[in-house]
Design a protein around this ligand. Structure first.
Ligand code: GLC
Length: 437
């Protein structure tokens, strides 16, 4: 099968963000943050209040951490010893979908089923001990409207979740009801935070100079410490962390694949940035473009971001691993020449993703810095795309240099694995300390 070189080049061009466009995205992102700070209605960024600032690093005690929001749900028991030290005493996890067995995220599932599943996992994490009192921190990785650290109402599902009966509800109330149904009255949920907030809390607990937290995984989103907001309900120091819900940023130019994907998605018109960059979507975009190259426009191939990662990892001359992935997902045989072209397509999609994500980082840094000099700082990032996808880190660094010039030397991204769980435990400690004050 000969893949049309010209068609490939034109598709790659559609997935390319040049330097000028990169600058424009970063500037527009900053502008949307400014608009959002004065009135969120004027911005495509939700800028959601988290009612938590940074930890002092002195938080101590044993807490339960529920990490809910990706393909897997995890519950951990974490002991905080202060000064950045902690120990994970127990950790259990389960996927939210087990094909042929259960599915807690599809349109056919309900809130009761989903939260009962979470309560069962919590029961497992505490070894079915219904006596000892546990405070639980909940990382709930969806846009939520908060009035304090406990009360968070799900605004809208993202990442193609569709469970009925959760949107508009206070998620910790749903969790409390499920805990009561399972006779787990010794477990008390005390906080809800977004996963980006969890990553920032976790990184700030362990290192100084971290003000931005990011997730680059199934979904993509960022939060930052806004030092100008002081609220009596706020817990912690340095101001209030705002969850940007960056995935909803709209001032981008989606190409025809992005548009077509969006039209057929669970929530058309929503999460335009996320649908161009995050792990949930990279494989789908690749599959659509590949179908066109195979002259089978409209055929739905089931590629995941793990497939993209395998394709990019094969830099051999014969491209055997690429051919194996393509055979598995499309039942087509490709030779080494075609494998190379297919890798170029995957490269373009991943590089675009890393560049757009970086433009948002820089928009946040510009907004935080104002007209001054950019201080030395880390951006804490967790997530499989950042951690494992080839080409991502190097393209983030390249785009940082393109956007910030010499000042890029002051900005480093830092992997914060497990931040979603640790951050939840830290938030529970902060809430429990606050309650005692
Ligand atoms: C989606 C969610 C957001 C979350 C991100 C990463 O964008 O809306 O709240 O932080 O995924 O999990």
């Amino acid at each position: 099968m000969a893949l049309d070189r010209q068609l490939l080049q034109s598709i790659i061009a559609e997935f390319t963000v040049n330097s000028e466009e990169l600058q424009e995205i970063a500037a527009n992102f900053r502008q949307d943050m400014k608009l959002g700070l004065s009135d969120p209605k004027d911005s495509s960024l939700r800028m959601l209040k988290s009612y938590v600032g940074l930890p002092t690093g002195k938080e101590t005690g044993e807490y339960l951490a529920l990490d809910f929001g990706g393909t897997n749900v995890r519950v951990s028991r974490i002991k905080l010893s202060g000064a950045g030290r902690f120990e994970v005493i127990k950790k259990v996890g389960k996927p939210l979908i087990l094909p042929g067995e259960y599915d807690y995220v599809g349109a056919g599932s309900t809130a009761v089923e989903m939260f009962d599943f979470l309560a069962d996992l919590i029961d497992e994490a505490i070894d079915r001990d219904h006596e000892t009192k546990y405070y639980l921190g909940h990382t709930f990785s969806f846009p939520s409207d908060q009035t304090d650290l406990y009360n968070a109402k799900l605004i809208i599902w993202t990442k193609e979740f569709a469970t009925a009966g959760v949107e508009g509800k206070v998620v910790n109330d749903l969790l409390k009801e499920a805990l009561a149904r399972k006779d787990l009255n010794n477990v008390e949920p005390v906080s809800v935070i977004n996963d980006t907030v969890a990553v920032l809390l976790s990184a700030a607990y362990q290192h100084s100079d971290t003000y931005i937290g990011s997730i680059y995984a199934t979904g993509q989103n960022n939060c930052y410490l806004e030092s100008s907001i002081h609220d009596p309900e706020n817990v912690g120091v340095g101001g209030m962390i705002l969850n940007l819900e960056s995935g909803g940023f709209m001032k981008l130019t989606p190409n025809r694949f992005d548009k077509e994907y969006d039209e057929n998605s669970e929530k058309p018109g929503e999460q335009r940035l996320e649908k161009m960059v995050s792990g949930r979507y990279l494989g789908e975009l690749f599959g659509m473009a590949l179908a066109e190259l195979f002259e089978e426009k409209g055929t739905k191939y089931n590629f995941t971001s793990i497939d993209i990662s395998s394709i990019l990892m094969d830099d051999s001359v014969d491209g055997d691993r690429i051919a194996a992935v393509i055979k598995d997902k499309t039942d087509k045989d490709v030779d080494s020449e075609e494998a190379k072209k297919i890798r170029d397509l995957a490269t373009a999609i991943v590089v675009r993703s890393a560049r757009i994500v970086t433009a948002a980082f820089v928009g946040i840094i510009w907004q935080r810095t104002g007209s001054g000099k950019i201080n030395k700082q880390h951006i804490a990032v967790d997530g499989s795309v950042y951690e494992k996808m080839p080409l991502v880190k190097e393209n983030i660094n390249k785009a940082l240099s393109e956007l910030l010039g010499a000042e890029a030397a002051n900005v480093t991204t830092m992997l914060d694995t497990g931040g979603s769980g640790l951050g939840a435990a830290i938030s529970a400690a902060m809430a429990a300390n606050h309650a005692k004050e």
